[in-house]
Design a protein around this ligand. Structure first.
Ligand code: NAD
Length: 521
């Protein structure tokens, strides 16, 4: 076991399957058919290895066919907070003292399981949240990458370079676990984000109570199954689907919660920040919060940009996975010289986007649920008043929650359409007179998650690198699709605590360093 670090090969990203190859397409169809045979199954809540059922249930449905029930899940309430916490605390007693190598080994095993069952996980992503095959594959590969990267990072933390050595002393720094974490996850990367936050927690020696989104509990249950299959001891992860307002709230407030790892919307993130900061009777630490939240992301198209590349980048960033990525482009800020040309090319490009069942690998599937659909359609109505509708603008045909890819131009940068996170396939296009105005407009939101610039001017690119205030900036490429290892991900301002998931700094957030000055005789 001690030789694990030496035996590990350097990290490489999991290669993506190419679904243009007939054989891969057939395999994906077969995986979806196989998953369909398991639809409607009931899954347990698991606390300290004990499988539990509750009276109240969460029913997850296929957003492309809402009558199709994907999975029935237990619904943790306030009464489950204490047992889940006690199980996690009990497991922490021994898990924290395991060798880092053993915990890293668990992550490598989970990666192997995900790799072996990739198409199965892809199929559930398609059925439960409406990802087309490429998007599902990217989600699963990202989950594998998180396991592979964090396992290596943990091994690195276990043998960090010693600090400065004072004469007559042996000085050292050791990273140790924090305690029990509340891991609270969103539905939009229901495998990758959930896996990343969970395995980062446990590899550092923490134990967790995992509360997935009620829109994607089946994928979470499948990942939990993979953790068990990999040999994770009972209680290290406690699987508790439940409502945010009751179970989630109670978990955040519990005095024994040592940290909260949350990804989701800004309002919930801010609420968690406030609740976490209020010490409870018996609480002896400041709770650490790792909060990754929403975005209102811009792509700047400069006067000298390659317009075809810019149109492609904007279209896929705005409409990939129906605009439901935190990194999605929702504002295109275009120089007046190329504005008309850009808009016409964009209109033509968006007209080619197919909307339909992601199980048939249509480019744009449904939005996640009825509430989201109504909210997005409402924003479109606001947008029609605030700007001019270029294309889209209504529900698309089908039983599911399908919305046309929508472009609204001539939008005031201060308008609601330009400032509020819509989280759907709606793009606002704005005209600016020069690059100064473009940068000022891009920076003029409460958020700061991703951004991109299309330009051939080295000078403007350098300015963007200095002045475009976002956690993830891209030059001459789309603003979505951060790659683990290459593009550590996390936002500025109201987009979050800039935790840089998928980067070499990430595990420090899940551990605490003990500095030891040992005087030698
Ligand atoms: P959400 O905030 O509605 O829910 C996220 C999680 O928080 C869910 O598990 C939910 O049940 C839980 N929750 C809700 N209320 C709670 C409470 N009071 N206490 C504790 N937990 C509570 O977000 P969502 O709709 O699932 O996800 C979409 C949002 O996530 C978007 O805003 C998107 O931009 C953001 N997001 C951000 C990133 C990032 O890395 N910055 C990544 C993905 C998604």
């Amino acid at each position: 076991m001690a030789t694990l670090a030496a035996a590990v090969r350097p990290f490489v990203n999991e290669p993506l399957l190419d679904f243009r190859k007939e054989a891969n397409g057939q395999a994906m169809r077969a995986a979806i058919e196989k998953a369909r045979k398991e639809l409607g199954r009931e899954y347990d809540m698991v606390i300290g290895g004990r499988r539990l059922r509750t009276e109240e249930k969460i029913k997850s449905v296929n957003p492309a066919r809402p009558s199709e029930v994907i999975g029935i899940h237990q619904k943790a309430g306030r009464e489950h907070v204490e047992p889940a916490m006690q199980a996690a605390l009990a497991a922490f007693g021994t898990w924290k003292d395991r060798l880092m190598e053993e915990r890293a080994e668990l992550l490598f095993k989970v990666a192997d399981i995900l790799r072996r069952r990739k198409l199965e996980f892809n199929a559930w992503l398609t059925l439960e949240v409406g990802k087309n095959w490429e998007e599902a594959e990217a989600d699963t590969c990202e989950a594998i990458d998180f396991c592979e990267l964090y396992a290596r990072e943990a091994l690195r933390l276990a043998s960090v370079e010693p600090p400065v050595q004072l004469p007559g002393e042996r000085d050292s720094l050791r990273y140790s676990a924090l305690g029990v974490g509340a891991v609270i996850t969103p539905w939009n990367f229901p495998l990758a984000i959930l896996t990343g936050m969970t395995v980062a927690s446990v590899v550092c020696g923490n134990t967790v109570v995992l509360k997935p989104s009620s829109d994607s509990p089946t994928i979470a249950a499948k990942l939990f199954g993979a953790l068990e299959e990999a040999g994770m001891p009972a209680g290290v992860v406690n699987f508790c689907p439940g409502a945010g307002a009751t179970f989630g709230n109670g978990l955040v407030a519990h005095p024994k919660t040592r940290f909260v790892a949350f990804t989701g919307s800004r309002d919930v993130g801010l609420d968690i920040q406030v609740r976490s900061s209020q010490p409870q009777p018996g609480q002896i630490w400041i709770k650490r919060t790792i909060l990754e939240m929403g975005g209102k992301n811009s792509i700047i198209v400069d006067s000298d940009a390659n317009l075809d590349a810019a149109v492609e980048g904007v279209a896929v960033s705005a409409f990939g996975f129906q605009g439901q990525k935190c990194s999605a482009c929702s504002r295109a800020i275009v120089h007046q010289k190329v504005y008309d040309q850009f808009l016409e090319k964009l209109r033509q490009r968006v007209a080619q986007i197919q909307v339909g069942d992601p199980a048939e690998n249509k480019y744009m599937g449904p939005v996640i649920n009825e509430g989201a659909m109504k909210s997005i359609l409402n924003y479109i109505e606001i947008g029609k008043k605030e700007g001019r509708l270029v294309t889209g603008g209504k529900r698309a045909s089908g039983d599911g929650y399908f919305i046309e890819p929508t472009v609204i131009e001539d939008v005031d940068p201060k308008s609601r359409l330009s400032q509020e996170e819509i989280f759907g396939p709606v793009l606002a296009v704005m005209k600016v007179k020069d690059f100064d105005e473009a940068l000022a407009t891009a920076n003029d939101t409460d958020y700061g998650l991703t951004g991109a610039i299309y330009s051939t001017s080295e000078e403007k690119i350098e300015r963007a690198k200095r002045e475009f205030h976002v956690g993830n900036l891209y030059i001459n490429r789309k603003c979505t699709g951060a790659v683990v290892g290459a593009h550590p991900f996390g936002g500025f301002n109201m987009s979050g605590t800039d935790s840089k998931a998928g980067g070499t700094d990430y595990l420090y957030l899940f551990s605490q360093a003990k500095s030891i000055g040992h005087k030698l005789n």
